[in-house]
Design a protein around this ligand. Structure first.
Ligand SMILES: Cc1cc2nc3c(=O)[nH]c(=O)nc-3n(C[C@H](O)[C@H](O)[C@H](O)COP(=O)(O)OP(=O)(O)OC[C@H]3O[C@@H](n4cnc5c(N)ncnc54)[C@H](O)[C@@H]3O)c2cc1C
Length: 435
């Protein structure tokens, strides 16, 4: 299947579900616009909507040929927009940034996001895990309706316009199909994304330009990512791509049941992503991190011991595991990969490994492969309206800010909430600086 970013084509219909309504460049850019939103992902589009609703003339610029490529990619996984848990629990998912994001989520949280989607004609439902999805589990219809509304609000889109920093004499430098342009904007919202999946547009090229202006930045790190383990060739060639269904991951006091996936180099999948921030930070501190996998979370240790202790007669241990414990395939392969031979022969030790198999990860996968990134523009670098203290009139939103959260709809919700807050901040600043 083709993915957004695979080509340079913004012709409607050529990429099926992934192709949004076309948004074409409008030709030469005016040298001055009232408001420039740079980055047409969910954060930038929400900032544009908020500014336009406040009566501002908004111009959106994006380096890519079409808008919202990562948003469309999220649609391939069903577009988990938000989560249905209580707001107070929801707000805690942002860890160290919970307090900073709480007021924004009070203002535009999971329920408001669902109502906003409904306002675009996209009804949502709560899945069995509490995650919220559009009924059709697609991103393209929502994006199409959103762009239609934005254009109706007068928002002007300039695609294939790459921001390349600030000119020495001020102004936004843009590389456009018609050449270099320096653009004056009374207010600018930067919503440039993090550093994951750079071929979809968010390549973090902005980092040195903000750093040079003295903006406090936290290093960008992979978040919701896979990890390297260093499997044997035998194990990786047999089991790469195999899902580990119905397992529980335990890291310190933290435990969660779910599904992981064995990769050629290690592990990934939703359960691993949920532990990824802690695993990444442990690796950074200690060089490696070890979590434990419970291969039979529905059974207690005593049951596993009893089943293993059954006389197996002439049957092999593999057959014994399969018939008595229903452990085979990748789960059995993992046992043979990790459990020392001496322990394999001892039912008590083997039972303990089945309930808490140690997996040592040595490195997170590269940020380009991650679902999202941590780090970015520090909350201390901005005022309460998301304006950079070092750069009056410049606002920031979305994944380029220094927060992270697990998968579960928390990413899109915070991108939209910060986009809205930055849009409100920019609108208020423009009102106050009038005349
Ligand atoms: C495979 C995958 C699945 C995901 N699924 C989900 C999900 O189901 N639920 C969820 O909550 N989150 C999901 N996410 C995460 C979510 O998509 C992102 O967090 C979100 O898109 C970030 O929004 P953003 O607007 O901050 O940045 P982005 O969506 O990355 O948009 C940034 C925009 O800025 C543009 N840009 C960057 N630099 C420049 C420049 N110099 N000049 C001009 N334009 C520039 C880019 O082209 C891009 O269009 C998923 C991510 C991935 C990779």
């Amino acid at each position: 299947m083709s993915k957004p970013g695979d080509d340079d084509d913004d012709t409607p219909g050529t990429r099926g579900e992934l192709t949004p309504q076309p948004v074409r460049a409008v030709g030469a850019v005016a040298s001055a616009v009232p408001v420039a939103v740079i980055g047409a992902g969910p954060a930038g589009l929400m900032a544009a909507e908020t500014l336009a609703a406040a009566g501002q003339e908004v111009h959106v610029f994006d380096a890519m040929p079409s808008v919202g490529r990562k948003f469309l990619l999220a649609g391939i996984g069903g577009l988990n927009l938000t989560h249905s848990e209580t707001l107070s629990v929801f707000q805690q998912r942002y860890g160290g940034r919970s307090a900073a994001l709480a007021p924004l989520l009070n203002d535009f949280g999971p329920q408001a996001l669902r109502e906003w989607a409904a306002g675009l004609g996209v009804e949502t439902f709560v899945g069995s895990t509490g995650r919220v999805f559009p009924h059709d589990m697609k991103a393209a219809p929502l994006l199409r309706a959103w762009l239609h509304r934005l254009r109706g609000q007068g928002v002007v889109f300039h695609m294939r316009h790459r921001w390349t920093g600030w000119a020495a004499e001020g102004g936004l430098m843009l590389s456009t199909p018609l050449g270099q342009v320096t653009l004056q904007a009374r207010a600018t919202v930067l919503a440039l994304g993090g550093a994951s999946w750079p071929r979809l547009g968010s390549d973090a090229a902005w980092w040195p330009w903000l750093e040079a202006r003295g903006v406090a930045l936290a290093p960008l790190r992979p978040s919701n990512c896979g990890f390297d383990v260093g499997w044997s060739e035998h194990f990786s060639s047999r089991f790469a791509g195999h899902p580990l269904k119905n397992v529980a991951l335990q890291l310190g006091a933290w435990q969660q049941a779910g599904e992981a996936v064995v990769t050629a180099t290690g592990v990934e999948g939703s359960l691993v992503y949920a532990a990824s921030a802690a695993l990444r930070d442990n690796i950074h501190e200690h060089g490696s991190a070890t979590f434990r996998l419970d291969l039979l979370p529905g059974r207690d240790l005593a049951w596993v011991q009893r089943e293993l202790a059954h006389p197996r007669g002439p049957r092999s241990l593999s057959t014994h595991l399969k018939t008595r414990l229903k452990l085979d395939g990748v789960k059995a392969g993992l046992l043979w990969e990790v459990v020392p031979r001496t322990a394999q022969a001892d039912p008590a030790q083997l039972a303990a490994f089945i309930k808490a198999l140690p997996i040592t990860v040595t490195a997170p996968r590269p940020i380009a492969e991650a679902i999202s990134s941590a780090g970015g523009v520090g909350f201390d670098a901005m005022d309460s309206g998301f304006m950079l203290s070092r750069l009056p009139g410049v606002f920031c939103a979305g994944e380029m800010l220094d927060w992270e959260a697990p998968t579960g709809g928390y990413l899109l919700t915070a991108c939209m909430a910060t986009g809205r807050a930055a849009g409100q901040g920019a609108a208020a600043w423009l009102d106050n600086s009038k005349g």
